[in-house]
Design a protein around this ligand. Structure first.
Ligand code: UDP
Ligand code: MG
Length: 314
């Protein structure tokens, strides 16, 4: 099978038939062998019924239905586990992404050898204040953290080599940063393609203002995880030792001063150096212990080393 299209959806009943028609038309024009996998993320409207109707008359359709709404990341994760095609295309269900892009995306993965091609909504049809400006800021921060030079990390329309989606773990709300996940999993041939974008035709966006807070926190997590996720002691241990050392220097100085230089000077506890020494030594110890606990948790929770073998002989 050449292409798997994965479509996460939550309450998108109006868009589904149109989206299905459009994708099918593109696929048939190029006579691709394909599957379309709808992942219904706990819709409360008639989305699942629409999917049942579509799948009854077309064997290219596969679908998963969640018991409740778990979020777009989980929907993608479930889809990625099930797909079979060599190239995986993800797209939103709301008709904002155009299926016309699929052939060229497919081409870029198979011919040009990319691991991941991310859509870039260069001309966006979303609200300027609630979406476009904040997302510029997001993308800037994500570029800084990841070292990737993409303009639009969170575009729903992306293409992947199958191997990539099988080896990344999209959790929480990390769908915003899939290129970063892919890069830290070792897939570095990542690029972007300018894609058409439309205003939402039906329904409304499923992500509110909390996306900004969550998005930035997730970015911190991902930056931390991709650097120190497998070796937390290297961060916390280093910070801890550094803090402790600073505190120790102050304490040492206070001790020498009190014992040998100015024994009759004011009380040690009245001096700012005392409080600096005290707090940095305590915080340093805390950092160190945090690192140590994190290492212990890693070893007990994740007994198998996480690596992905690219090839092997015999
Ligand atoms: N979506 C989902 N689960 C959710 C929220 C959204 O599967 O909990 C789907 C949604 O149906 C759509 C895609 O994720 O297909 C992108 O959502 P939306 O269009 O609301 O995001 P926006 O384009 O506003 O960033
Ligand atoms: Mg949308």
């Amino acid at each position: 099978m050449q292409i798997s299209v994965v479509i996460p959806l939550f309450n998108e009943e109006e868009s589904l038939p149109e989206l299905y028609q459009w994708i099918t038309q593109v696929m048939n024009q190029r006579s691709f062998s394909y599957e379309i996998l709808f992942v219904d993320d706990g819709s409360k409207d008639l989305s699942w019924k629409k999917i049942q109707e579509i799948s009854a008359k077309d064997s290219h359709i596969k679908a998963i239905r969640f018991l409740k709404n778990y979020g777009k990341s989980q929907a993608l994760n479930a889809g990625f586990a099930k797909i079979q095609g060599d190239v995986v295309i993800t797209m939103d269900a709301d008709l904002q992404d155009s299926p016309e892009e699929i052939p060229e995306l497919y081409q870029m993965i198979t011919q040009e050898g990319y691991d991941l091609v991310s859509g870039w909504k260069k001309k966006r049809y979303d609200h300027i204040l609630t979406k476009n400006l904040p997302s510029k800021l997001f993308n800037w921060a994500a570029r800084k953290v990841s070292g990737l030079t993409l303009h639009d990390f969170n575009c729903g329309l992306k293409a992947y080599r199958k191997e990539v989606v099988k080896n990344i773990d999209v959790r929480g709300e990390m769908h915003r940063y899939i290129p970063v996940l892919a890069k830290s999993a070792g897939y570095e041939k990542i690029t972007e393609k300018v894609v058409q974008h439309q205003a939402r035709k039906y329904g409304k966006t499923k992500f509110g203002v909390e996306r900004f807070i969550n998005g930035f926190l997730d970015l911190l997590t991902i930056g931390f995880l991709s650097k120190f996720g497998k070796r937390p002691m290297h961060l916390f241990g280093a910070l801890g030792v550094l803090m402790f050392f600073i505190g120790f220097c102050f304490a040492f100085y206070l001790g020498i001063d009190k014992l040998f230089i100015n024994p009759y000077n004011r009380l040690i506890t009245n001096r700012p150096e005392f409080f600096i020494a005290l707090s940095t030594m305590i915080i340093g110890t805390q950092f160190f212990l945090t690192g140590f606990l994190a290492e212990l948790i890693l070893r007990s929770r994740d007994p198998e080393p996480r690596y992905h073998i690219k090839e092997s002989i015999n």
